[in-house]
Design a protein around this ligand. Structure first.
Ligand SMILES: NC(=O)C1=CN([C@@H]2O[C@H](COP(=O)(O)OP(=O)(O)OC[C@H]3O[C@@H](n4cnc5c(N)ncnc54)[C@H](OP(=O)(O)O)[C@@H]3O)[C@@H](O)[C@H]2O)C=CC1
Ligand SMILES: N[C@@H](CC=O)C(=O)O
Ligand code: NA
Length: 365
């Protein structure tokens, strides 16, 4: 029986959104077309057919460059509701990092539009919004899926949900949860020295598409504390532990004090080299002790302790020897997976693997 198609509205056709549209286009040529893109927007452009006919993905780039109408996020729930008439399955795919769009998820879910997203904002901020999202989803049956918010395409959220749903007890989750910080320290702090200055490696991480739109979000550790918040809310005993979200996670920031309030990423990157000596001192001190630097996150369920920070590990430790590129590594210590934890490792940032995580959620819808 042919698959019932799912109709997607991609909001945020940036690095991840563009790759997602390309992956959907490739899927259509390889298999019976199950995913139709009916709407796409950036912060200044929007492209869709007034009858919500599927967009022709062989020419979307040209059409999108020519599209000029301003996006209408505040009316989008109503617009997509009309696209869902006749029982069509419609999914809002939020590929922005916008708080404003995240705040609208309940409106989409309330009218039966599913939400799939790599954007961490809605799930790592106030518990009130998180509860509103979960409540709207329960009320209408519209799903919200966010696998790509933690570990990009790696099956982290799905695995944690499965462990809990099958009655296992999670004791501790720990690991390297930032692709950007993994890449930076895998290059900057190695068992043999360093591949370059700190700022030049941050620049490379940005060019490779690993960083958040503003790299300070990564260096502040907030991207990691957001991921820890998202995971902790899936653990029943910690669901309400962070009512105000990621800001309550004990987090060590790597942002140099004078750059703390620099709003633009260009100025931030331009001024970062002024602080290379500080990072080099940290690296060299660790190296003298036979240690490397790695940025890790921990959720200790028994102690109700959730923290993110820069740690030192001996040259023989797996974090020093087995990580490379943007690798994430996450260990789930549970009653069943004990004394050896369940470990998931692989690229944890970058357009291809993130879009894959988003697309697999779309296919689940
Ligand atoms: N890069 C990665 O490895 C990973 C990224 N993510 C998440 O994926 C999301 C996207 O990241 P990335 O693609 O790198 O970011 P980009 O900055 O490349 O893309 C963001 C896109 O969102 C658009 N946008 C911003 N505000 C709005 C708005 N109000 N309405 C419509 N469009 C808007 C931007 O438009 P314009 O171009 O006009 O500014 C841009 O097209 C983020 O939430 C990030 O945290 C998650 C896992 C991994
Ligand atoms: N900037 C993030 C992207 C994925 O969430 C990271 O580096 O991990
Ligand atoms: Na994931």
């Amino acid at each position: 029986m042919p698959l019932k198609p799912v109709h997607v509205a991609v909001v945020g056709v940036g690095l991840v959104g563009t790759e997602l549209v390309e992956q959907i286009a490739k899927l259509a040529t390889a298999a019976p077309r199950a995913v139709h893109v009916i709407y796409m927007s950036s912060s200044s452009r929007v492209l869709y057919d007034s009858r919500f006919a599927p967009l022709d993905l062989s020419v979307w780039r040209q059409q999108f460059t020519q599209a000029s109408a301003a996006p209408q996020i505040y009316v989008l729930p109503t617009v997509l509701k009309s696209a869902a008439s006749g029982g069509k399955r419609v999914v809002l795919v939020d590929c922005t990092s916008s708080d404003d769009i995240a705040a609208k998820y309940p409106d989409f879910l309330n009218v039966g539009i599913h939400v799939v997203t790599p954007n961490k904002k809605a799930f790592s901020g106030s518990l009130a919004l998180y509860d509103e999202i979960a409540g709207a989803s329960r009320a209408t049956g519209a799903k919200f899926l966010n696998e790509a918010t933690v570990g990009a395409g790696l099956p982290i959220i799905g695995t944690l949900k499965d462990l809990i749903a099958t009655g296992d007890k999670v004791l501790k989750i720990e690991g390297v949860l930032s692709g950007t910080l993994s890449y930076i320290f895998n290059e900057f702090s190695t068992t043999t020295g360093s591949a370059g200055s700190f700022s030049s490696i941050v620049k490379a991480a940005k060019q490779k598409g690993y960083t958040e739109p503003h790299p300070a979000e990564d260096l502040s550790g907030f991207d990691v504390s957001r991921k820890l918040t998202i995971l902790s809310r899936l653990i029943p005993s910690l669901r309400s532990a962070l009512p105000n979200g990621f800001r309550s996670v004990a987090t060590t920031s790597l942002v140099p004090e004078p750059l703390k309030f620099v709003p633009g990423s260009e100025e931030f990157m331009r001024r970062l080299p002024d602080h290379d000596a500080h990072f080099e001192k940290l690296r060299a001190e660790a190296f003298e002790e036979g240690m490397v630097l790695r940025f890790v996150g921990v959720i200790d369920v028994e102690k109700r302790e959730i923290k993110a920070g820069l740690e030192k590990y001996p040259f023989s430790h797996p974090f020093a020897t087995s990580l490379s590129g943007s690798d994430n590594i996450i260990a789930f210590h549970t009653e069943r997976y004990s004394p050896r934890p369940l470990i998931i490792q692989g690229a944890g940032a970058g357009a291809a693997v993130t879009a894959m995580g988003v697309l697999s959620d779309i296919l689940k819808v």
